[in-house]
Design a protein around this ligand. Structure first.
Ligand code: DAH
Length: 346
């Protein structure tokens, strides 16, 4: 009878296991009891020839026997593996705690960028971006730079070798401000964006200057009267207080940029000394942060808006400076150096 034969196979299989002491022995056992050509497998395959009544009894028995043998095999295999290495003789202390695996992490600049994005998105701003290789139109013309403005000079800008067929000149963008125009061309106010990104300048490097650095632009526009200098000051103070985790005040000084009118340089109260005066703020209590202003109506016009319809503020400044202030980093060049001794500190 098939039923008895299956029970018998299960029994001899189980009983023959304890005598096995080697992996090779266990493999032979596996072939004999669980292999494709094993008796059990052949029996299971012939089940289909049985009557339905017989199938009901023999089928489940065959399967449970197979499962039992598989479980026995797994346990035995584990035991053999454990015993096959004499840990003590190998000098391995298997109770010792594991070695910590070193994993990579983000550059402090990227961490700062993420923090900035978090704060601004919580204030309803959208993160926008634009191409790193920009046209002269978006980088300069649309931002109201005069044709003979000195920053278009070779000394400040890396121009891309002109293609004879190209209608425009291209350059690695010198600031993120061009994205203001690109974004406004595609969206109508009210709008609030920040634009974090890489910019490039033909400059000699020193402890506070890099030829490639990260800026972040901010732009908020609404109908006339909705976004004023007071709005700008409020947004700036809210952002910097959240970023540095303490109350920060903003001070504006008159300045000039072609794309803003009026324009400001803006400073924040020194977060190193709490505005009492220290070496970092040159005993003034203020730290210079960057440029800002109310968007020049000519920029709105370049983006296709009607003059006098909208009002907004914009600012742009270096992200590295913020990272340097927050983490007290003395030399900007460390940030992009790829020096692991530096990176691993963050
Ligand atoms: N684009 C300027 C720069 O690269 C910074 C700047 C100044 C951006 C004033 C602005 C602004 O949006 O309003 O130095």
């Amino acid at each position: 009878m098939m039923k008895e034969r299956i029970l018998q196979i299960g029994k001899t299989g189980e009983e023959s296991l304890p005598a096995i002491t080697t992996m090779a022995g266990l493999q032979a056992w596996e072939v004999e009891y669980l292999g494709r050509k094993s008796e059990l497998n052949t029996l299971l395959k012939s089940l289909r020839d049985l009557s339905p009544e017989e199938k009901k009894i023999v089928g489940p028995l065959g399967n449970s026997t197979k499962q039992k043998l598989i479980a026995l095999f797994d346990t035995k295999k584990k035991k053999l593996l454990e015993n096959s290495i004499d840990w003590q003789a190998e000098g391995v202390d298997i109770t010792a705690p594991g070695a910590k695996v070193a994993i990579g992490h983000l550059n402090p600049l990227t961490q700062i960028e993420h923090e900035i994005q978090d704060i601004f998105t919580s204030m309803g701003f959208v993160v926008a971006d634009g191409p790193e290789v920009e046209t002269e139109h978006y980088n300069f013309d649309a931002l109201n730079f005069p044709k003979d403005h000195p920053s278009r000079d070779m000394q400040d800008t890396f121009w891309i070798k002109p293609d004879k067929k190209a209608k425009e000149r291209y350059l690695p963008r010198t600031h993120t401000s061009g994205v203001q125009v690109r974004y406004m061309e595609a969206h109508k106010p009210p709008l609030r964006i920040i634009v974090p990104g890489k910019v490039f300048r033909n400059e000699a490097t020193d402890a506070s200057h890099e030829h490639t650095f990260h800026q972040f632009e901010c732009l908020m526009v609404d109908v006339e009267g909705q976004v004023t200098v007071a709005t700008f000051k409020y947004v700036a103070e809210t952002f910097f207080s959240a970023f540095f985790g303490e109350k920060v005040t903003v001070r504006l000084r008159p300045s000039f940029f072609p794309f803003t009118e009026p324009s400001f340089e803006f400073d924040i109260s020194c977060i190193i000394c709490g505005a009492h005066g220290c070496a970092t703020c040159k005993h003034s209590g203020w730290l210079e942060i960057g440029g800002a202003g109310m968007v020049n109506q000519r920029v709105f016009e370049a983006a296709g808006y009607k003059r006098g319809q909208y009002q907004g503020f914009a600012w742009g400044f270096g992200m590295a400076r913020l990272a340097m202030m927050k983490y007290k980093i003395a030399d900007i060049r460390l940030l992009m150096s790829g020096d692991l001794r530096f990176i691993r500190q963050f």
